[in-house]
Design a protein around this ligand. Structure first.
Ligand code: TXA
Ligand code: MG
Length: 361
């Protein structure tokens, strides 16, 4: 993966964050995928605060984050051998397992479904928090720390931007000023998330009838999963558990986003430029001649891990350039690029026909 070791957790801040969680407050924390907005998974009122803060519909379940070595049987009522193998192979790491829900999980976490998503993240700050919270025996319910439908945050600053905080808003950082239990009380720093897109989600809750099902592609590929359990996860079927990251429109900046191949860009970009449309370009192999027509640009690495690492920050940065359109050079389509293409497809949803309409005016 891309990054040098993330910052080491400061024990005093971790203790303060764990205390906030234990009191039912919200803490944003870094993971290796994206930053999470955490609450005590066993406290329904605390979980409800996540939904309020995000503006997230109540029928979207959240993932429960657990410490390394956590007892899966506490959180889930049935753990198939294949799921244990996946946990053993990929945890701590960017894989979420959907399993049958244990009665210990409040309805609010699972949005009433009979399954629960569980994941053990590998970011050292996340692990320190999970080990401090309830002595390592708790679960932290956490969606990505963004407003519903927005691009997920990969830095602490992205989280502050999402929730309109400045660096001094953290009550706990400022001598423990009373924190509002209804809002985000603290953002833990952890550098840039090294994976950069959300965890791979595999449904293992209907193994006997449906086999493993890939609900969301990510850094851990279907093939890597097959290599461990001998079964290739299938694409989601109609009856598959719902996942909001699988909504058609998601991960979207405010500026409309469109995709075009390098060949199409060579035509389109000069035309948009001639029309006075300010275009922010995101590419991985942009020819220098093209970039002259762009208002702003970001070139991402041409490998899938490097591209994923930079993608969300690029979308956020390009969103700030005052451009009328974010134009993304279509990435390669190979299996390694599935996670990136999945997120981009959802970012552009809702902007269909935008290029043609900008050229008409
Ligand atoms: O990488 C990640 O997974 C990040 C970090 C913070 O861990 N979290 C994340 O959470 O992306 P969120 O809520 O933004 O996306 C989690 C996805 C949602 O689409 C949700 O619907 C789905 O997981 N999910 C959670 N529990 C589920 C369940 N029981 N059945 C089906 N889908 C579930
Ligand atoms: Mg999300």
């Amino acid at each position: 993966m891309k990054q040098p070791a993330a910052p080491v957790a400061d024990p005093a801040l971790i203790a303060a964050a764990a205390a906030i969680l234990e009191e039912g407050g919200l803490v944003a924390f870094p993971t290796e995928t994206v930053y999470g907005l955490g609450a005590d998974a066993e406290n329904p009122a605390a979980v409800a605060r996540i939904y309020d803060a995000k503006g997230r519909p109540h029928d979207h379940p959240v993932i429960v984050h657990v410490a390394p070595g956590a007892d899966l049987d506490y959180w889930t009522s049935e753990v198939p051998e294949a799921a244990r193998k996946l946990a053993q192979a990929f945890w701590p790491g960017p894989l979420t397992l959907i399993l049958k829900r244990h009665p210990n999980i409040p309805d609010a976490v699972s949005a009433g479904q009979d399954s629960v998503g569980v994941r053990c993240p590998s970011h050292p700050v996340a692990i320190a928090l999970l080990q401090a919270f309830k002595g390592g025996k708790g679960g932290v319910a956490a969606p990505s720390a963004n407003k519903f439908g927005n691009v997920s945050p990969t830095t602490a600053q992205h989280v502050r931007d999402e929730f309109g905080m400045d660096a001094h808003d953290d009550g706990a950082l400022n001598g423990g000023e009373a924190c509002s239990a209804s809002a985000l009380a603290m953002v833990l720093e952890g550098g840039s998330s090294e994976v950069g897109i959300e965890s791979t989600i595999v449904d293992m809750s209907r193994l006997a009838t449906h086999g493993p099902v890939l609900l969301r592609p990510g850094h851990i590929s279907a093939q890597q999963i097959a290599d461990v359990i001998g079964m290739l996860p299938a694409a989601p079927d109609q009856a598959a558990p719902r996942a909001s990251g699988t909504l058609e429109s998601h991960y979207a900046p405010r500026t409309p986003v469109a995709m075009a191949t390098a060949a199409a860009l060579a035509d389109t970009l000069p035309q948009l430029h001639a029309k006075g449309v300010k275009v922010a370009l995101i590419g991985h192999a942009l020819p220098a001649a093209l970039t002259a027509h762009a208002h702003a640009q970001r070139v991402l690495p041409a490998d899938p891990a490097g591209y994923a690492y930079g993608l969300y920050a690029a979308l956020r940065d390009m969103d700030q350039t005052g451009s009328g359109l974010i134009l993304v050079e279509t990435p390669p389509q190979g299996a390694d690029w599935l996670g990136v293409n999945d997120r981009l497809r959802r970012s552009v949803f809702g902007s269909a026909g935008i290029i043609a309409s900008l050229l008409q005016h």
